[in-house]
Design a protein around this ligand. Sequence first.
Ligand code: ATP
Ligand code: ZN
Length: 225
Amino acid sequence: MSARDRLRIAIQKSGRLSDASLDLLARCGLTFRRSRDKLFCFGETLAVDLLLVRDDDVPNMIAEGVCDLGIVGRNVLDEQFLAAGCAGQPAGFRELRALGFGRCRLALAVPQEFQYVEPAQLGGKRIATTYPNLLAKWLERAGVDAGIVSLSGSVEIAPRLGTADFICDLVSSGATLAANQLKEAAVVLESEAVLAAGATLPGDERGELIDMLLRRIDGVIQVRA
Ligand code: ATP
Ligand code: ZN
């Protein structure tokens, strides 16, 4: 790893987690010289800089040592953690703190007219998702053998297109499901934004900065709770 002395945190550039991530860091006393559409923000109050990236890139940027910490949905972190395991690699990142915003559920959803009672009903069916590893783990735990249709997006229209029988997707209000004549049937993962770090924390000044930041984050979370 390069001998950086400034800490780097990756956050989502633009999306559901962006504003709340910046707000959390501001409440921790961090200010940045930034322009929101730029990739890099220089920390003014502490030696902590930001990288603004796609949420999906956060875990790997940590694993590769490009940044030390990241804020990302548990859904993304856990999916990529399982994917690394399947590929026989150590993940190189882990969840340090749950942050209390960006709450949603990775849920199994079925057509509105389907009478869902238990996972056994999924046997032999096809389920479309962008979270194949989390879904596979849930199905395995339930002892169900179902087909996983791995898509990169627009999962909710798969049942209407006939490419899958059910879906497994992120839900918060359920409005998108209802608009696609689907309903939530079971929760696969409870998710929220989390602070992620590498498998081992840096032992230099950055490690001390992380300790300080964690204390501040814990304070902010306690005040909110
Ligand atoms: P990017 O361009 O960074 O890849 P994205 O489209 O993948 O963005 P967003 O839709 O902004 O991501 O969602 C980011 C995270 O917000 C999700 O991974 C999830 O943890 C959280 N989230 C909270 N509520 C919802 C929801 N209703 N639907 C999707 N994600 C949600
Ligand atoms: Zn994304």
